[in-house]
Ligand binder design. Sequence first.
Ligand SMILES: NC(=O)c1ccc[n+]([C@@H]2O[C@H](COP(=O)([O-])OP(=O)(O)OC[C@H]3O[C@@H](n4cnc5c(N)ncnc54)[C@H](O)[C@@H]3O)[C@@H](O)[C@H]2O)c1
Length: 252
Amino acid sequence: MHRLQDKVAIITGAGQGIGQVYAERMGEEGAKVVVAEVNPARGEAVAERLHSRGQDTLAVATDVSSEESVKAMVEAALREYGRIDILVNNAAIFHTIKMKPFEEISLLEWQQLMAVNVTGVFLCCKWVIPVMKKQNRGKVINISSGVVFGGRPFYLHYVTSKAGIIGLTRGLAREVGDWNINVNTITPGPVVTEVPRETVSPEQAKALLAQKCFKRAQVPADLVGALMFLASDESDYITGQLINVDGGLAMH
Ligand SMILES: NC(=O)c1ccc[n+]([C@@H]2O[C@H](COP(=O)([O-])OP(=O)(O)OC[C@H]3O[C@@H](n4cnc5c(N)ncnc54)[C@H](O)[C@@H]3O)[C@@H](O)[C@H]2O)c1
């Protein structure tokens, strides 16, 4: 018996990077995975890979910053599977961020990032949690970032958005406990994925490594244990919490 056998899991932003590994691994544990990704080609490619391994999956092109789009994604998930057990709010504006002093972040850039990284989480919760309430059960896992513990210069919009996710998690957990719905956060440390990005230079990566207890780069698979735990029945009495997964970089 797999840990997530026949559970229906929506994973936002699962078209690449960490999200696609979440999709693969939750699929391996028996979940029916809804790949809710803004880039349709990438979402389809992940779904095809899962299908080819015999996993049940549905790709739904979704922009989490659009209420219409989120609503349509939830309807598609319900049409296909009839229930939603797990929501992983993973989508974010991240790999495309250009580091810059905060005065140079335009209002539009700020608003666009908040629309995805914070409002997107709100919208997915807004449309998925009523389904979970009817089921009297559900697991919401919000992906924040370890960057909130130490702060980091030159992407203030991102750091602010990820701190917002922790507040959202705590406030929401207090509202939905009566329906046995768990809301928790994972804060990953800096993770190396297949996607190149400018947020960590090679020198910074080396310096970060030196500060960790486990002196190796973090990879998406390092996050899977915490994710599975929070998605499974094993975490039923844990809500409003934060699990920091970073090899001992920050201690929380
Ligand atoms: N990689 C890291 O070092 C790291 C560290 C801490 C936290 N995180 C967080 O983990 C999550 C995944 O990180 P990643 O490295 O895979 O990021 P990434 O930028 O490589 O992938 C993000 C995914 O989200 C999708 N996306 C963007 N906007 C969307 C929208 N409006 N609607 C739906 N999907 C959208 C993208 O197309 C992409 O597939 C993010 O929330 C990120 O903030 C990452």
